[in-house]
Design a protein around this ligand. Structure first.
Ligand code: DGJ
Length: 733
């Protein structure tokens, strides 16, 4: 089989080298189970002839194109590998639309050649298309990760015309699906309401998910989606694609159901207000459209993405994380150094690794005593912190805990010295009144001086505090006043702003990571406004939402878990919600555990419970961080949510169960819950964790069960109104 697969690739290469362009070329892009297959037609246009399961006999891909009769004169069905605007018999949504240097606005992309290389252990297929008339090229890239069944797809656009070419649309990826029906899960959101799922059956016309916020791409919608093919998928059945456009800026993912009820998907940077002038010889690389396809439901799909992130994308994805105590909700802006040092005690007492100082520590002319002033002035407030941050880092060290700090370096309050001194660094429409979001404006990261400033905020902190152990990087405002003085002064069109902002931020993050490769950083955005895969190359974790009500959090974490591994998800125990402390701690333990409470005011029995829960977490966190996640019972279907993490050896698992109904209910689930991911042949013992001192489990912990029994009959965790959250440790004998 291996031989045949190599042979297919070799054949295409021979055809290329002989220059026999009329010969039909078939290019399969394959992972372990998935194939996207491209093929040239008689006019040398590149088509997508298969998107789905990998075939056992790769030479049979060649025949797939003949099975569909799509390319008639109608023009509204188009399985092009990169649909163009103008020419190519196409009325469907273009992936690319340009105006050439001479003013012509047509494109006709023909297959030129392809190369196959290996990159980071993945197979990288590069296919070059060239316009039939103009020296205008699109390189299509497919990076196929065999083990995780993940494909990253993007394009690079370049030309050597005599002058600039304006790109009106420049997608990363274009796909085509030959299925019967299509069910899209996309997400609504807002502050404290991130990742609210909606399922839509796509029947006719165009459905777009997008952001135009400039920053905070995950706020009102989300770049994450699932597309179930043929029929709705369940956790364990059905064909489903899960993916994201990895871009920390404006994105658009378009799902166009064509006249034949086939699905044309176009994903990339949102062309909204973003026509881009491309000079000759300066390739434009688009962001990566990252996806997996599962043929056994959303569970497999999400485990594919989680494994891919841990193994290849998330910073330090295979590493460890710090548990912490954050002071945001404990103090808000109201603190001084003595109060903070007092809180260190609480962190130490809880047994966490780090104290995280949040917003409010800076600004002197305009002290940051609320969210109306001081943002941008990154000097310690002398009144609150007379001995500066070095004192706090030292005091934390004395108590045996690490110290981390909050920043929001892309933003400025109009009431700040930064605004007074560098108005030209602020994105604002000079001729119009300023529009604020949380009383702040966005700095102009297209400007290299602003990039230096933002880098300097982080660099300065580390230079003065070499022992600083953690950064929380916040971002609370979208771009409302989208005008850059820097672009204007440099005669660069304002329509480059959104793209260059995102690139400018990435340049800063690259510099930070070149100098400080390891230090953990949390990506936060006024709650969960940012969580794109491109940013997670530079961040070790992200903040899902300011909604820490544990009941609502079960749903929020559930939805994020389709796309992100638990090791990247920061969950804090706070005072939000009506659930008992145990429920809050249990929910926060399903990821990277933190606390944001007045730990030193806890009642003795609560303190003892938390201390034990942190110890328990330390005992099972490796399974949560690096194991496989199985969503067992959906809170959208029953009054109960149940999830489990299983380690690679399948000899240890941890199961979390929650009552998700506020009404009186004696038993949430009369049925046992079928476990997953265990070894059927192994025997397991089940023990309840995170109980209060005097609390007794209602389970018989002396019994043992085979993996077969637990996965076939199941296990009942006895979730009732008296036991609203139950954590179980499952260990092989
Ligand atoms: C928004 C974040 O989501 C919060 O956790 C907190 O850091 C505040 N910003 C501080 O202003």
């Amino acid at each position: 089989m291996k031989k045949l697969r190599l042979f297919t690739a070799g054949l295409a290469l021979i055809i290329d080298l002989t220059g026999s362009v009329a010969a039909q070329i078939t290019i399969p892009v394959e992972t372990g189970n998935v194939a996207v297959v491209l093929q040239t037609d008689k006019n040398n246009h590149l088509r997508i002839i298969h998107t789905g399961k990998k075939l056992q006999e790769p030479e049979e891909y060649t025949a797939a194109g003949r099975m569909y009769h799509l390319t008639g004169d109608g023009g509204s069905s188009n399985n092009s590998a990169f649909a163009v605007a103008g020419i190519d018999n196409n009325f469907s949504e273009p992936a690319i639309a340009v105006v050439h240097a001479d003013g012509n606005n047509s494109l006709d992309l023909r297959y030129e050649n392809k190369t196959l290389t290996s990159e980071d252990g993945a197979v990288l297929t590069k296919i070059t298309l060239k316009d039939a008339v103009y020296p205008f090229y699109v390189d299509l890239f497919f990076k196929a990760w065999k083990d995780e069944d993940v494909i990253e797809q993007w394009s690079v656009i370049r030309h050597t015309e005599k002058g600039k070419v304006t790109l009106n649309k420049y997608a990363s990826a274009n796909l085509y699906f030959y299925n019967r029906d299509y069910y899209l899960t996309s997400y609504n959101g807002n502050w404290a309401k991130e990742m609210q799922p909606e399922q839509t059956q796509l029947k006719q016309g165009m459905h777009t998910i997008q952001s135009r916020l400039g920053t905070r791409e995950n706020l009102i919608g989300s770049p994450n989606f699932m597309l179930a093919l043929d029929a709705p998928a369940t956790e364990t059945s059905g064909t489903v694609m899960l993916g994201q456009i990895a871009w920390n800026g404006n994105y658009s993912i378009q799902f166009e159901t064509d006249i034949n009820k086939k699905m044309h998907l176009v994903a990339g940077i949102n062309p909204y207000q973003s026509a881009y002038d491309l000079k000759p010889g300066t390739p434009f690389e688009t962001p990566r459209f990252t996806y997996t396809l599962s043929f056994t439901g959303t569970g497999t799909g999400s485990r594919n993405l989680q494994a891919w992130l841990r193994n290849h994308q998330l910073l330090d994805g295979k590493g460890r994380r710090l548990t912490l105590l954050n002071n945001w909700e404990a103090t808000y802006f109201d603190f001084d150094q003595e109060k903070l040092v007092g809180l260190f005690n609480g962190a130490k007492d809880l047994g966490v690794d780090l104290f995280l100082l949040d917003d409010g520590w800076f600004g002197n002319k305009y002290p940051r005593n609320g969210d109306k002033a001081g943002l941008g002035d990154w000097q310690e407030n002398k009144k609150k912190l007379p001995d500066g941050l070095p004192y706090l880092v030292k005091e934390a060290g004395k108590q045996g805990i690490k110290f981390g700090i909050w920043i929001e370096p892309e933003m400025v309050n109009p009431k700040s010295e930064l605004y007074e001194q560098h108005l030209d660094w602020v994105l604002r429409e000079e001729k119009r009144p300023e529009i604020y979001y949380r009383n702040q404006l966005v700095l102009d990261l297209t400007n290299p001086q602003v990039q230096d400033f933002v880098f300097g905020v982080v660099d300065g902190l580390f230079k003065k505090n070499p022992d600083l152990a953690f950064i929380k990087w916040d971002c609370n405002a979208p771009i409302f006043n989208g005008h850059s003085q820097y672009l204007e002064q440099n005669k660069i069109p304002q329509s480059h702003l959104y793209v260059e902002y995102t690139r400018g931020l990435e340049k800063v993050l690259q510099r930070i990571r070149a100098k400080y490769p390891k230090v953990p950083m949390m990506l936060c955005s006024g709650g969960g406004g940012r969580s794109d895969y491109s940013s997670l190359k530079y961040f070790t974790e992200f903040w899902l939402s300011d909604d820490t009500d544990p009941l609502e959090r079960v749903f929020i974490q559930w939805n994020y878990s389709y796309y992100y591994p638990a090791i990247s998800m920061c969950n804090h125990v706070t005072d939000w919600g009506k659930q008992p402390l145990k429920y809050r701690v249990d929910v926060a333990s399903m990821g990277k555990l933190g606390f944001d409470i007045r730990a030193n005011e806890l009642k003795p029995e609560d303190r003892a419970f938390c201390q034990q829960a942190v110890k328990n977490y330390d005992g099972f966190k490796d399974i949560v961080w690096h194991g496989d996640l199985y969503r067992l019972a959906s809170p959208y279907e029953k009054d109960l949510a149940s999830l489990m993490f299983v380690n690679q050896g399948r000899n240890r698992a941890i199961m979390f169960n929650y009552l998700t109904n506020n009404r009186y209910i004696s038993e949430a689930n009369v049925d046992p819950i079928k476990l997953q991911g265990l070894d059927p042949a192994k025997k397991y013992r089940i023990k309840e964790l995170n109980l209060y001192d005097k609390q007794k489990t209602t389970l018989d912990e002396s019994k043992t069960y085979s993996g077969d029994f637990l996965m076939t009959v199941g296990f009942n965790p006895n979730v009732t109104s008296g036991r609203t959250s139950v954590v179980l440790s499952i260990e092989a004998l």
